[in-house]
Design a protein around this ligand. Structure first.
Ligand code: ARG
Length: 457
């Protein structure tokens, strides 16, 4: 029997059933759906639509159903279309007519909107936590190798030396922005749709503010049609997850490069690499490649949902059921990547000598000579040109830049700039890549990390 069997004579065709049932994927919402129903019961009690006894029975019946789910003994009946139907059917089995009162002044339309907001609120916190844990590992890696440095790149060409911790901090700041965005999304979604009914509210004397408060929402909906049709919070969450995924993808790409024989800046632990089924010598950074590859479906999930939403007339349309799988998938994939990358960075062996040798490429000192000239009063554009000529001379005469600088009367006083690590030390402006500036910035990062943690407590 379906929830609407009163009006229908012929049973639903199997193909429509297969198309429309959602229990197979929305049963994971059971805990949040039950919490929402329990608040609804209290709201009905406050409205005088249930007696104390009825409310008590319903609350404990819902507790029993929760335990059945937790214990794995909840059995879906053949015609349970979705999680809401299944729980209401079971409540009625267990509590008889009292169970049949559960759906008073409620529609599955405001119910699913409520359940999804509760679920997403928790899920975004979980992602935020996992992201902060990744930031912690990046910080540890930088602090374990305080002197390690590598070339910083623009256009994938060596540009200037940077401290390893500075480089890793760059990723961490992006990740903290992601966490911040997740927090903002969570704040914005924290409005209760419960009480909107199918689309236009009800004649029964419920107060949506009561249930909103019970469920920890900041407020109740203002407009019932908006309440049942708004999936902005899912689109926004999917965007936040996609952007986080894009950041993780960039980190993955970097690990792929670093662990290649061509770069050889780092290697991953055996426990975070895979072998080849054919080539015995291979040690592959699949973890990094998957971190990169997962971003494809994260972006796909976002665009998929936006396309579902774009043509929908007000208010609830069944198309909205298509909001769940992309959301569940993006959450799951992002968590998988965050946890695996955390382990991978934890296992990372940074080859500081190789990276330092690349960072100490003498060509990277060119800007230091130009900046010294600026310090002596030469306009920067002239200084740039003069050093450019020295670089050209070195390249054309097959000498090192240092030799050219040293053997030229006018520039030989700059030879000391080529000593190892000097250029890195000189990156000293606020926020720069040298040790002093980096130290200050790591402090800022740590403070931001602690603040972010308190936001998700
Ligand atoms: N399973 C449905 C969904 O996810 C619940 C709402 C059903 N509402 C309806 N009018 N058929 O959207």
């Amino acid at each position: 029997m379906t929830l609407w069997s009163g009006r229908f004579i012929a049973p639903m065709d199997e193909t429509l059933w297969d198309l429309s049932e959602s229990y197979s994927f929305d049963h994971v919402l059971y805990a949040h759906d039950i919490v929402g129903s329990q608040a609804h019961v209290r709201g009905l009690l406050a409205a005088g639509l249930l007696t104390e006894d009825e409310a008590t029975t319903l609350l404990s019946t819902l507790d029993t159903i929760r335990l059945e789910f937790i214990g794995g003994t909840f059995e879906r009946a053949a015609r349970d279309e979705d999680i809401h139907t299944a729980i209401e059917r079971r409540a009625t089995e267990l509590a008889g007519d009292v169970g049949a009162k559960l759906h008073t002044a409620r529609s599955r339309n405001d119910q699913i909107a409520t359940t999804l907001r509760l679920f997403t609120r928790d899920a975004l916190s979980e992602v935020a936590y996992a992201t902060l844990q990744l930031v912690e590992v990046l910080l540890e890696l930088g602090e374990a190798l305080p002197d390690a440095h590598l070339p910083g790149y623009t256009h994938m060409q060596r540009a200037q030396p940077v401290l390893l911790s500075h480089h890793l901090n760059a990723h961490s700041f992006a990740l903290l922005r992601d966490v911040d965005r997740l927090g903002d999304a969570r704040t914005r979604l924290n409005v209760s749709p419960l009480g909107a009914g199918a689309l236009a509210g009800t004649s029964l004397a419920i107060d949506p503010e009561i249930t909103a408060q019970l469920l920890g929402f900041d407020s109740a909906f203002a407009n019932s049609m908006d309440a049942v049709s708004d999936r902005d919070f899912i689109a926004e969450s999917l965007f936040d997850l996609a952007l986080l995924g894009v950041h993780l993808s960039r980190m993955g790409e970097e690990l792929v490069l670093w662990t290649s024989a061509e770069f050889d800046f780092a290697s991953l632990g055996d426990d975070f690499t895979t072998g080849s089924s054919m080539l015995p010598q291979k040690k592959n950074s699949d973890v990094a490649e998957l971190a990169r590859g997962k971003s494809g479906r994260l972006i796909g999930n976002l665009t998929g949902l936006l396309v579902v939403l774009k043509g929908l007339p007000l208010s609830y349309n069944r198309d909205l059921q298509e909001d769940k799988e992309p959301l569940f998938d993006s959450l799951r994939q992002v968590l998988l990547v965050l946890r695996a990358l955390r382990g991978a960075y934890g296992s990372l062996k940074f080859h500081d000598e190789v990276a330092a040798a690349a960072a100490d490429d003498e060509m990277l000192v060119a800007i230091d000579i130009a900046e010294e000239l600026v310090g002596e009063g030469v306009p920067f554009r002239r200084a740039h040109e003069r050093v450019g000529q020295l670089v050209a001379e070195a390249l054309l005469s097959n000498q090192s830049l240092r030799d050219v600088v040293q053997s030229t009367e006018e520039t030989k006083r700059f030879a000391g700039l080529f000593d190892k690590g000097v250029s890195l030390q000189r990156r000293s402006s606020p926020g720069a890549a040298g040790p002093k500036a980096s130290e200050a910035q790591t402090k800022k990062l740590k403070a931001a990390l602690e603040h972010a943690k308190t936001r998700f407590d």
